[in-house]
Design a protein. Structure first.
Length: 432
């Protein structure tokens, strides 16, 4: 059997296993090892399992993932999300749709110390949703705002998805984090603008909350100092060259722990729970990562990346036409796969094409993450949608999808904006 036929069978088998609910990391590992073994022999195939696993879990650079996850766990447990929401609500809650705007602002702030979209969506389903429903916000709008705001978790640094992209493509993770700041701010502002437009077009749809006094507003800001300090310490240290991304992750985790203890927000039980939660998430991430690396050996021996490159470059549609095809592929895959698994599986195939076309790897990383964000909220899967549903029992999946539609349009416009103006992502990294 030819290598092309084996590659096709491998991809078909992979998607069948995923449809059968086999964990994506396990599915990629099984197909990768089986395919590699068929084209070579069983001995080398089994050797790469041990070699790849040991090399991945002992690589110092990969420590950035569990450490940032630990920082996010400490930040979540110590209640920083509620403080951010209260402060944002104090300033904008009196506007029409103000609670939605406050939710987006709080999601953006929490994303800056969390790095996980799923965690952000789950957290604000508990924090913001009850408040919005108390003021009679429609279920569709309330859940749609939370789903969209949750996607900021992988855009605004530190981001586990950006970190994994950098490790796979051998790009500077610190530069990727810095590159995500301006697009992340643009995302927050565009989401807020979307809520404001909805409020203007449908005056009776979004209520306004009570106005708070300036004394209350200033008091609410006193509680967010910890979040601002942690973000400035981690990202400022990377931008200023004080430490690498991996060192920043360690400092951030340690800083979140010390701040939580100093404020009396982290008990011994909370610390153990945060450690257990981050360990479980890290195990899931590394299972996907190891599985994808094993699948990557299979792709290499079948020369799939080179053949895909030859096919796309032979279409004669220009480099932006090829980029559009790649982004559409990600939108389709977003209906089927987890965001991190999608990045790990596809980047080894498309990254050589991007380099050959002359696109900046840092800029492409931001573009890919923005496209993956869409996969987190667009039907029929939308990971954030199902996370919200798991937290809020009395809402239908269709209701959440309806509420998130305006934000999907906003995301598409933002993606077009970043493709048209790459300096939005590249200006800050160029000054490092």
């Amino acid at each position: 059997m030819s290598s092309d036929a084996v590659a096709i069978i491998g991809f078909v088998t992979l998607f069948v296993l995923m449809l059968l609910r086999v964990p994506i990391g396990m599915a990629m590992g099984l197909v990768g090892v089986a395919g590699f073994g068929y084209l070579t022999s069983g001995g080398p195939a089994l050797k790469i399992v041990g070699h790849t696993t040991m090399r991945t879990v002992t690589d110092f650079n990969f420590a950035v993932v569990p450490l940032f996850l630990l920082m996010g766990a400490f930040a979540t447990t110590s209640g920083m999300s509620r403080e951010l929401f209260r402060a944002a609500n104090a300033f904008v809650g009196h506007l029409r749709g103000g609670l939605g705007i406050a939710t987006i602002a709080a999601c953006g702030g929490f994303a800056a110390i969390c790095g996980s979209s799923v965690a952000t969506a789950a957290t604000f389903s508990r924090v913001a949703y009850p408040e919005m429903r108390r003021y009679n916000y429609p279920q569709s709008f309330a859940t749609g705002v939370i789903a969209a705001g949750g996607t900021l978790g992988i855009m605004i640094p530190p981001s586990t998805v950006l970190a994994v992209y950098g490790l796979i493509t051998e790009q500077d993770v610190g530069k990727l984090f810095i590159a995500g700041i301006v697009p992340g701010i643009v995302a927050v502002l565009m989401y807020m603008a979307t809520i404001s437009i909805i409020g203007r077009l449908k005056p009776g749809f979004l209520p306004a909350g009570p106005r708070t006094s300036w004394d209350e507003r200033w008091r609410s800001l006193r509680d967010v100092w910890a979040t601002l300090l942690l973000f400035a310490f981690v990202i400022g240290g990377i931008y200023g060259g004080m430490f690498t991304a991996t060192e920043a992750a360690g400092m951030g985790a340690g800083g979140a722990l010390l701040i939580g203890i100093a404020r009396g927000r982290l008990t011994r039980h909370d610390i153990l729970r945060s450690l257990l939660e981050s360990t479980r998430t890290t195990a899931a991430v590394f299972t996907i990562l190891i599985g994808a690396l094993l699948f990557g050996y299979f792709l290499t021996i079948t020369q799939t990346p080179q053949k895909v490159m030859e096919f796309l470059t032979g279409l004669g549609i220009g480099r932006y036409g090829i980029l559009t095809v790649i982004l559409l592929m990600y939108l389709v895959l977003g209906c089927l796969m987890d965001a991190l698994a999608m990045i790990i599986l596809t980047v080894p195939i498309v990254f050589p094409i991007i380099k050959q076309l002359g696109f900046d790897p840092i800029w492409f990383g931001i573009i890919i993450v923005m496209t993956v964000e869409l996969g987190l909220i667009h039907p029929p899967v939308g990971m954030n949608i199902f996370v919200i549903k798991s937290v809020i029992d009395d809402v239908k999946i269709s209701t959440i999808f309806y509420g998130v539609l305006p934000f999907i349009i906003t995301d598409i416009l933002r993606l077009v904006l970043l493709v048209a103006f790459p300096f939005l992502a590249l200006w800050l990294p160029s000054h490092m």
